[in-house]
Design a protein around this ligand. Structure first.
Ligand code: ATP
Length: 595
């Protein structure tokens, strides 16, 4: 198909802001493609979207920057690079620069000769696409020059207008303002089906080119029959947000599954029949390469022939298994050497949904059925397991779990409908999932001194020694030690090595009578040792006893993401920060969260 048809379409779209007009123009283009060569419709769709293929293919980008494009234009128009740069300064758009210079060249007498020679055949879309694809795949030494030469070759053969759009495309600045919704409408109008049918197909297979191809080569029935397919990302279901637990419960029908809202990175994990594992992000990028450990966990623990499941990748403290702040996960994404990053920032996966299992599309099944299927194919381990959640039908239960989630390092809860209609709404933000995050948070700005009242055996590197300590504040009224956190971070290797010796003389067989704790550590410790601790926040907690019932009935205070700073041998247990002081700190620092 002649490339000029694409260019004409782009020109028409560029001068209109009317959606109806855009859809009509796109429909006309697609019809022409169908008449001439149906097989390329997918590529035309991608091209209109300003890309050569969906991002999640993970293919290389065209990879020519502004400097390279300037060089290519100079070569094609037979001018100096300086001239291109000067013109860019005045026009501000490399596409317009290319158009102007190619036009000038073709009007020059000598240029006329070469223009008419090379223009003897119109550029086809197929040629443009294939050339750009080849450019993208040129990699390695010397590839930059080759890329530029090939682009120059293409521009030489292009008309001025064609050159304008090729340059904008290569720059990634096509900016036609054509959204997926307009492409979907155009496809639906040609097929003569409601747009919801195309939309649903696209939500289940996030590849609009592929959807168009199925639509026009196999017809509407094939489109209706589309199922998620391992290897092609499914557009994720998203949550609405509410602040009031009463309203949340009402919205989900009085009863729902309240799950921890982990603060990590969403992962859609695909297991293909060939045994390959692919991970897609919330934005459907292929992030498999960042998480070789997740690939391993999925291969070992997903007991299915093929599957698409969803979960959250979270950073964990390797020694205690406790969740770490989101920022640590981002370090991991930024690190170049994945294998080093994997050791420094280990991750776990908490799974919360199953979209497809062994060829069966589960998107129309209610949540609890999907969850059952997920459990049935899951070999649960510490690293790779189901998200924590409970079915709740009272505000009290919801609140308790909410505080527990926060204290455990989560952002809050996602409360999910479990009634018959609780399907997986791919690509939609709806009321079947409601996120419940904090409206207030109390940042911790100064350290506190806490008493060791228990200890937990370590894992991983800390196997054979202690990995975390149960810490308490002092309650003057009760003359007792009330737990406020479990600290496993901040210890140096020396601190850890010394722990068994340090604790030895204080280990007691049962809980000390002056300790009030809902948590049972591996060993109980007589209150004697004081340590300085800092955390990210002070939060409400249903499992810690510090300042219990003071803010809310049944809840105490906890320190979120606590870190050990140093021992305070100069302090006795009664000199520790009191629960009253912790309560004051909590209240003093309470601030509305942004959002
Ligand atoms: P946010 O910034 O609040 O995460 P978002 O726009 O990325 O918002 P939402 O759909 O609004 O996404 O919120 C749900 C997000 O929470 C999911 O995309 C997922 O990454 C994360 N999440 C964590 N735990 C769960 C869970 N148990 N169920 C569903 N989503 C969860």
């Amino acid at each position: 198909m002649k490339f000029k048809y694409i260019v004409e379409t782009f020109e028409k779209i560029e001068v209109t802001s009317s959606r109806i007009q855009i859809v009509a123009t796109l429909s006309a283009l697609f019809k022409k493609v169908i008449e001439e060569n149906k097989e390329i419709i997918d590529k035309v769709v991608y091209f209109v979207q300003g890309r050569l293929w969906p991002d999640w293919y993970g293919y290389p980008e065209i990879g020519i920057g502004e400097k390279g494009i300037i060089k290519a234009i100079a070569l094609a128009a037979n001018v100096r690079e300086r001239e291109v740069e000067e013109l860019l300064k005045s026009l501000g758009d490399l596409g317009l620069v290319a158009e102007r210079l190619i036009a000038k060249k073709s009007s020059r007498p000598s240029g006329l000769l070469s223009f008419t020679q090379t223009q003897s055949k119109d550029l086809t879309f197929e040629e443009v696409y294939e050339t750009l694809k080849r450019i993208a795949f040129l990699q390695g030494e010397g590839s930059r020059d080759l890329k530029i030469k090939k682009l120059a070759g293409l521009l030489k053969r292009a008309s001025p207008k064609e050159a304008k759009y090729i340059v904008r495309f290569v720059e990634g600045k096509l900016r036609l303002g054509v959204g997926d919704a307009s492409i979907i409408e155009a496809i639906a109008s040609i097929l003569g089906v409601p747009k919801e049918i195309v939309e649903r197909a696209y939500n289940l297979r996030a590849d609009l080119g592929n959807i168009a191809k199925i639509a026009f080569t196999q017809g509407p029935e094939a489109l209706k029959a589309i199922r998620p397919q391992p290897g092609i990302p499914v557009r994720p279901m998203l949550a609405e947000r509410l602040h009031d637990p009463v309203e949340i419960l009402k919205k989900v029908g009085g009863k729902g599954l309240a799950e921890y809202k982990y603060d990590g990175e969403r992962a859609q994990i695909h297991l293909t029949k060939e045994g390959k594992v692919i991970i897609y992000s919330r934005r459907l990028e292929n992030i498999t390469h960042s998480y070789p450990d997740v690939v391993k966990y999925a291969k070992e623990n997903l007991k299915a022939e093929e599957a698409i499941v969803e979960g959250e990748i979270v950073a964990v403290d390797p020694n205690t298994g406790e969740l770490r702040p989101f920022q640590e996960l981002m370090h991991r994404r930024r690190k170049h050497d994945v294998h080093i990053a994997m050791k420094e920032y280990p991750v776990h996966v908490r799974l919360f949904d199953a979209i497809l299992v062994n060829g069966e599309d589960l998107t129309n099944k209610p949540l609890l059925e999907r969850r059952e299927r997920l459990i049935s194919i899951l070999n649960q381990t510490d690293e790779f397991r189901l998200a924590t959640g409970e079915i709740v039908d009272t505000v009290e239960e919801l609140e308790r779990l909410f505080h527990q989630a926060i204290a455990d390092g989560c952002e809050g809860l996602v409360v999910k409908a479990i009634h018959k209609g609780s399907i997986y709404q791919a690509g939609a933000r709806g009321w079947l999932w409601i996120k419940y995050k904090r409206d207030y948070k109390s940042e911790m700005i100064e350290p506190v001194d806490l008493v060791v009242v228990g200890a937990f055996y370590g894992r991983g590197r800390r196997g054979g020694t202690f990995g975390a300590l149960l810490m308490a504040g002092y309650d003057e009224d009760k003359d007792a030690f009330m737990t406020v956190c479990k600290v496993g971070s901040g210890f140096t290797d020396e601190d850890l090595a010394e722990l068994p010796d340090l604790l030895k003389e204080y280990i007691i067989p049962n809980k000390h009578p002056r300790v009030v704790s809902e948590i049972k550590p591996d060993v109980w410790i007589q209150p004697a040792l004081v340590a300085e601790i800092i955390g990210a926040e002070i939060t409400l907690s249903p499992i810690h006893t510090c300042a219990i019932d003071k803010v809310e009935k049944g809840t105490g205070l906890a320190i979120r993401f606590p870190r050990f700073i140093k021992w305070r041998p100069d302090k006795g247990p009664q000199d520790a920060t009191t629960c009253k002081e912790l309560l004051e700190m909590y209240k003093r620092q309470l601030r509305r969260t942004v959002e």
